[in-house]
Design a protein around this ligand. Structure first.
Ligand SMILES: [Ca+2]
Ligand SMILES: [Ca+2]
Length: 503
């Protein structure tokens, strides 16, 4: 399949490239950057939601699934972009948000209008709320005064959860998928897909000893897989090489793996690896080993629109460490997902005032914190969960237009970092697709492994390391020095080496 060796590139549209100077990135902006993306070597683009939306959660609150928000352009712009991407051998996958709609979606407006409305049962309505908490904080139930019932929202109250027990909902969503398949998209990224169904007895969630709620009855419910299988089967029948990737709101590998079994998604985001809070080599190695034992291809990424950038979070602003992570991600048996700006080492953007914060989650956190601390402290702590960090506008030229959000600071070493990414992507193209990973070892902060005929040595430590191998190898990347008999290599501190078996 085309996606097995592809390097994906996530585009968070609002912050990517603004073609008309109104402060919002847009679809024309992406189209203009196709030559750049091509030059980077990436082969598939993932576009975050561009549908009409009140943007309470930056577009993940959709009010029309089959259109383009005027902020980002028109459906004609989308078609033009898709055509040009395909002409340049770039695949395009789009983000689909089917757990919930915006409360401004016509379906919800109808559903909320009366208890007898034919769409009443398209959402989840109850006389009495359960204790379920929203993933954005607070109760997950909102009283709606026209009919005096509560509707369920696992995220913001403006994002009402669809009722996936209702066959009409399944049919309506299938038609949405058909619409985009007809236009020619190459795949879908399914947002928070394990939140799709809830416990049909509406049992209260238990609380952990810490007081934190355990999400036992509102995610990963029995029966969800048959719903998903049905949906995936339907789209694969129409286009067999369509790519499907699931976002599972969990960093537990056993839970994530449940969604990539036969007949389910092609892959799922490995948050068990991707969202680690700091560079803990033991944890990284353990997760890597477990991912290697899995059937199917895992995803490799260290950045997304939902987390602090790896330049700050993991590499701690050290370009050598950053390069080692790039090798690990790209020269491996898995599907790498880059995030816009990562290839140039973009930095976290940190709002300096609460009025500059755009992320709903960080705003909520700030308000909660104000009861126990002053504004300055509250901002510092809110910024620690602030998803704005990775969402700063990318700067393509010197002009500093006012964007919807501040700018992501440029990395002074950006050009060198880009050159490394390009080289690694080319290497992946010429040596991949990779089949088997073996010999994963962590010794003195040096991670090494084999993929097919390649031996990879990533020395994160402060000491030069010596590695011995059975078959003689020659250097194809990195700064290690191979011994004269070709059977060992010494790799300097914070450096990498990739060797290929001779013959
Ligand atoms: Ca614009
Ligand atoms: Ca749900």
């Amino acid at each position: 399949m085309w996606w097995e060796n592809a390097v994906f590139y996530e585009i968070y549209i609002a912050s990517f490239a603004d073609s008309n100077g109104d402060g919002f990135g847009d679809i024309e902006g992406i189209r203009e950057k196709i030559p750049y993306l091509k030059e980077c070597g990436v082969e598939a683009l993932w576009l975050t939601p561009f549908y009409p939306s009140p943007r309470v959660d930056n577009g993940y609150d959709v009010s029309d699934y089959c259109a383009v928000d005027s902020q980002y352009g028109t459906i004609e712009h989308f078609k033009l972009f898709l055509e040009e991407a395909h002409r340049n051998q770039l695949k395009v996958i789009i983000d689909v948000v089917f757990n919930h709609t915006s409360t401004e979606h016509p379906w919800f407006i109808e559903s909320a209008s009366s208890k007898n409305n034919p769409k009443r049962d398209w959402y989840i309505w109850r006389d009495q709320p359960t204790n379920w908490e929203s993933f954005f904080g607070g109760s997950a139930w909102q009283l709606e005064t026209v009919t005096n019932q509560y509707y369920y929202h696992s995220f913001a109250k403006e994002q009402a959860d669809l009722n996936w027990q209702n066959p009409e909902v399944k049919q309506a969503i299938f038609e949405v998928l058909l619409f985009w398949l007809d236009l020619g998209v190459d795949g879908f990224r399914f947002d928070v897909i394990n939140n799709l169904t809830v416990d049909n007895q509406f049992r209260d969630n238990p609380n952990e000893e810490t007081g934190e709620q355990q999400h036992l009855y509102d995610v990963n419910q029995p029966g969800i897989q048959s719903v998903l299988k049905e949906m995936i089967q339907q789209i694969k029948e129409i286009k067999s090489d369509i790519f499907t990737v699931a976002e599972i709101s969990s960093d537990s590998l056993p839970i994530i793996s449940e969604y990539t079994r036969d007949g389910l998604f092609d892959t799922a985001f490995n948050f068990n690896l991707g969202s680690i809070e700091q560079l803990d080599l033991k944890k990284l190695t353990n997760e890597f080993k477990k991912m290697t034992e899995q059937k199917g291809r895992p995803t490799f990424f260290f950045n997304s629109h939902d987390m602090s950038r790896s330049w700050n979070r993991l590499a701690k602003e050290d370009s050598q460490v950053y390069q080692l992570l790039a090798v690990f991600m790209l020269i491996n048996r898995g599907i790498p997902f880059l995030f816009q700006g990562e290839e140039q080492g973009a930095l976290d953007y940190l709002p300096q005032s609460i009025k500059d914060v755009r992320d709903v989650q960080a705003k909520n956190k700030y308000q909660q914190l104000l009861s126990s601390m002053d504004e300055e402290q509250a901002l510092i702590q809110a910024n620690q969960v602030n998803r704005d960090r990775s969402r700063g506008m990318l700067t393509w030229s010197a002009k500093s237009d006012m964007g919807w959000i501040g700018q992501s600071p440029k990395n002074p070493e950006g050009e060198q970092i880009l050159a490394v990414y390009q080289q690694l992507i080319q290497l992946r193209k010429s040596e991949g697709p990779f089949g088997t990973v073996t010999g994963i070892t962590l010794e003195n902060e040096c991670l090494s492994y084999r993929v097919d005929k390649l031996q990879i040595v990533l020395n994160f430590g402060q000491q030069t390391t010596e590695q011995i191998f059975e078959d003689a190898a020659q250097t194809i990347f990195g700064t290690g020095r191979v011994s004269s008999n070709g059977q060992s290599v010494s790799v300097p501190p914070k450096s990498c080496w990739i060797g290929k078996d001779n013959g």
